[in-house]
Each structure stands twice: as structure tokens, then as C-alpha cells.
Design a binder for this molecule. Structure first.
Ligand SMILES: Cc1cc2nc3c(=O)[nH]c(=O)nc-3n(C[C@H](O)[C@H](O)[C@H](O)COP(=O)(O)OP(=O)(O)OC[C@H]3O[C@@H](n4cnc5c(N)ncnc54)[C@H](O)[C@@H]3O)c2cc1C
Length: 448
């Protein structure tokens, strides 16, 4: 691994959809990329977020990531976490050509009830660790958090991920209840066909299994759920059409998986007993100027042995990276250029805020291909094509950024070989010998 022909060396944090895409785009143009990944495998939300019933999608996306990370100019560095194993300032001090943060959005948004976090793992659960558990708990050697899905659980959310959470709860509780009766049903079949159909086929109901089902609480109306695209500046007819589609989709979904849905409700308090959360106090809300406002009426106490918060994921704070509220401060989302940090870029979920594979990949490609690449190639052309159609102001800003970046000289040969030595050192420290495919295979069979 001592290929120092490339002039430029870029460090990328996170090797999943966005990170691998950026690495591949850059490597294909002769740039050496070091991809630092905190885990053994680089698949991010594809492996740990997307629920495991997405078998084909997961295989397809993992294969794509593997292909990109096996490019000869991409150097994978597993088991290396920015923030604890290495700081941004350390990487900066090595003076690479650029740093790309492709670290996704892994922190659950804080649940808006002070004091409830003391019940974490004792009745209170955040979505990210719950889905992680669901995806991995059957693996031998699993040593992450352990949960027992409870009937009549409360899920607070309303986005697409919260629907996956209610689905996990229903599939798990129904499968376990059937198993207790000596009936074996595969969870993947139950997911494909739905709980109602499978139970009806067995001449059973939820009640026969002694279950009531979980409830999803949403602070807005069902018509506000992002289940069907609402076009910008939609006409009243188009708006009504999208709202009707949303209602229909949610009703079909709730009917298929047998969960309950409560709209216009928000948590305002919680109940606990003997160190365990025992439920939430749910108030009614109304929509005022597009915002959900809690009504003054008394809140209902809703008992539950399990409460799952699914109100969104945000990027984790990184020392040295400016945040405004929940987001990294970028000069412009389309360039990904981090405010106050020269040559540091953010791509994918970490900046788009969209939980979507395609959006992450496209963002990784746009930023790497048309910004960093132009700068690394030393030519400030090509951006016109990408930003054609953008407002004049945006185009002017882009031109200024590209112009400024294109002035950056590539590192010297000596600097390049020093950077390659750093990469080798980090790989050795992680116990990684440079054989990506061998490493992935071994990690899957837990033999590293
Ligand atoms: C429940 C759920 C369901 C979903 N369903 C769909 C769906 O049906 N369709 C769809 O298109 N999308 C879906 N998504 C969203 C989609 O999976 C993500 O938007 C996309 O995979 C994000 O890719 P990314 O590369 O931007 O980020 P991530 O996949 O989050 O990748 C970030 C990478 O950075 C690594 N990392 C993080 N911090 C550090 C650090 N400090 N140091 C080193 N490495 C670090 C992580 O380990 C990870 O590998 C779903 C998400 C969830 C949670």
C-alpha cells in the first residue's frame, strides 16, 4: 500500500452510502482516499437502520458499497471513530487535501420530556438502538442492547421510520405470541403478508393471542404524515389528493399490521413506578399556523410497559464542527462546505436531513464530483452544468467557492507519502491488513 502517484489524499469519515460514493468518485479520478469507519463493516444505516426485512435492498446496497470501497485507490480504515480514536484537528494537522464528513445522523432527537432519559432501557427506548437490536439480536455474539417488545407499547413519532418501528413491534409481538401457542411463523412472511392476513389464515385474531397491539401517537394530523409526496406550491386539488392518499395509505398500513393510530396527540408528562417507566401523559393538540399546539385540556394517562421515541435522527456533535441547533453549519447544502473550516465538507444524511438512500448517494456524488474534484483537479470548470437553473445568487456563490478552492495546491510528494504512512498506521492499529473482502467476510462470521 505505498502508492504515492496520486497528488491528492482525501480523508472520508463514514464508509456507507454517501462516503463510499464520494470515495469512488474521487478515486476514479486518481485521488487517494482514506475511508475511516467506526465499525467493522461500513454499511451504516443500510445494515443498522433499514429493518432487516428489506433483504434485497440491503444486499444490493451493501454490494454497491463493497464495489466502491475495493477501488485500488480507496484505503479502508475500520474500527476508527472520529471523536474518540482520532480528532478532526489531528486529521487537519496532517494536512490532507480535504476532509469529508459522511457520518450520517445517528443521534436520536431528545424526547421533549425532562427526566425521561433516566428510564432508558427501563421502559423507555430510542428508535436507533431499537432498530439496531431488531436487525442484529439473532446473530451469535451479539452484545448490543437487549429489548423485549411489549404489547400495548407507545410509539411517539410520525415520520416513515416510526412506521417501521410500529411494524417491528407488531411483527415481534405476534411472532412471539404464536410461538407460545406452538405455532411457528417466519417474521419475513408475516412482514410480507401482514399480520391480519396471516392470522386470518390461521383462524385467529389478535385478541386470541392475548394482544391489543401498539399505538402510534402523532402530534399532527394523518394528512400531514409524509406518506405521499406533497408538491411545492400544490393547488388546493393536488393538496386534497395528496392528503387523501396519505389517509388511505395509513389506514391500509394500520389494517395490515393491526396497530392503532392517534393523531393530534403529544406527550406532556410520564408515569413511573419502582424505577420503570409505566406510561405517558398524552395531551390533545391543534394545528395553528402549521404548528402543533398543545391544547389546555387535561392530558390522559396512557399506561405502557414500553415507550419508543421515534421523533427523528440528527448528526452527532463533533468537536471542531460548528452546529446550529441540530445541524452542522454548512455554507451551502449543495456544496457541503463546512462553515468556518477550510477544506472540510459534509455529505449525505449528516447534512441533507433526509433519511433516503438515493438522496444520500446523489449528495455524495454532487459534492465530491463537482466541488472537491474540481478543486483537486485544479480546474474550476464544470460547476455551471450542475448549478444550471439555480438562482443567480446561488450560482455566484458557487463560482466564488470553486474559484477559491481551485487555487489550493496539491500536497507535495513527501506529504503524500507521510499521509499514506498515517493511513497504514491507522489500519494496523485497527488490525486491518488491507484485504477488504477478506475483512468483511471474517467480520460476518465474527472471526476477526
Ligand atoms: C428505520 C429506517 C428505515 C429506512 N428505510 C429507508 C427506505 O426504505 N428507503 C430509503 O431510501 N432509505 C431508508 N432509510 C434511510 C437510509 O437508510 C439512510 O438515509 C441512508 O442509508 C444514509 O446513508 P449515509 O451514508 O448518508 O449515512 P449512514 O448510513 O448513517 O452512514 C454513516 C457512516 O458513518 C459512520 N460513522 C458515524 N459516525 C462516525 C464517526 N464518528 N467516526 C467514524 N465513522 C462514523 C457510521 O458507522 C456509518 O457507517 C431508513 C432509515 C431508517 C433508520
Amino acid at each position: 500500500m505505498t502508492d504515492a502517484r496520486s497528488d491528492h489524499v482525501v480523508f472520508i469519515v463514514g464508509g456507507a452510502v454517501a462516503g463510499s460514493e464520494a470515495a469512488f468518485q474521487l478515486a476514479s479520478r486518481g485521488v487517494t482516499c482514506a475511508v475511516m469507519e467506526q465499525h467493522d463493516r461500513p454499511y451504516g444505516k443500510i445494515e443498522d437502520g433499514l429493518p432487516r426485512w428489506h433483504v434485497d435492498l440491503r444486499l444490493q446496497e451493501e454490494k454497491r458499497i463493497d464495489e466502491k470501497l475495493t477501488h485500488p485507490r480507496v484505503h479502508f480504515i475500520p474500527r476508527t471513530r472520529l471523536g474518540s480514536d482520532l480528532t478532526l484537528d489531528e486529521i487537519r494537522s496532517w494536512n490532507p487535501s480535504a476532509i469529508i464528513l459522511a457520518n450520517g445522523a445517528w443521534r436520536d432527537r431528545t424526547f421533549p420530556l425532562a427526566g425521561i432519559d433516566q428510564y432508558l432501557g427501563k421502559g423507555f427506548v430510542y428508535q436507533n438502538s431499537f432498530v439496531y437490536w431488531f436487525n442484529h439480536y439473532l446473530e451469535s455474539g451479539y452484545n448490543g442492547p437487549r429489548y423485549v417488545p411489549e404489547d400495548e407499547a407507545i410509539v411517539v413519532g410520525g415520520g416513515l421510520a416510526s412506521l417501521d418501528v410500529v411494524k417491528i413491534l407488531m411483527l415481534e409481538t405476534v411472532c412471539r405470541a404464536l410461538e407460545k401457542r406452538g405455532e411457528r411463523v417466519s417474521l419475513l412472511d408475516l412482514e410480507r403478508n401482514g399480520c391480519r392476513k396471516v392470522l386470518t389464515g390461521m383462524n385467529l385474531t389478535l385478541e386470541d393471542l392475548g394482544l391489543k397491539g401498539c399505538t402510534l401517537y402523532y402530534r399532527r394530523r394523518v394528512e400531514d404524515m409524509p406518506l405521499a409526496e406533497m408538491p411545492d406550491n400544490a393547488s388546493p386539488e393536488k393538496e386534497a389528493q395528496a392528503q387523501a392518499t396519505r389517509r388511505k395509505l395509513l389506514n391500509n398500513f394500520a389494517d395490515k399490521y393491526l396497530f392503532k393510530f392517534e393523531s393530534l396527540r403529544a406527550p406532556v408528562g410520564f408515569m413511573a413506578e419502582k424505577g420503570h417507566l409505566t406510561g405517558l401523559k398524552m395531551a390533545h393538540t391543534r394545528i395553528e399556523n402549521g404548528r402543533a399546539v398543545v391544547s389546555e385540556s387535561t392530558a390522559d394517562a396512557v399506561p405502557a410497559q414500553m415507550v419508543i421515541s421515534s421523533i427523528g435522527s440528527i448528526p452527532e456533535p463533533i468537536p471542531g464542527v460548528a452546529m446550529s441547533g441540530e445541524r452542522y453549519v454548512v455554507k451551502d447544502e449543495r456544496t457541503g462546505e463546512l462553515e468556518g473550516s477550510d477544506r472540510v465538507f459534509v455529505i449525505g444524511n449528516a447534512v441533507t436531513g433526509k433519511g433516503n438512500i438515493l438522496v444520500s448517494r446523489r449528495h455524495g456524488r454532487t459534492v465530491s464530483q463537482y466541488m472537491i474534484e474540481q478543486y483537486l483537479a485544479g480546474a474550476a470548470s464544470g460547476y455551471e452544468e450542475v448549478f444550471a437553473g439555480a438562482a443567480d445568487e446561488t450560482r455566484r456563490k458557487m463560482a466564488a467557492v470553486v474559484g477559491r478552492l481551485s487555487l489550493q495546491p496539491p500536497p507535495s510528494r513527501q506529504r503524500v507519502s507521510e499521509l499514506l504512512s498515517k493511513i497504514e498506521y491507522l489500519q494496523r492499529r485497527a488490525g486491518y491488513g488491507g484485504d477488504y473482502r477478506g475483512w468483511i467476510d471474517a467480520s460476518r462470521s465474527n472471526t476477526i
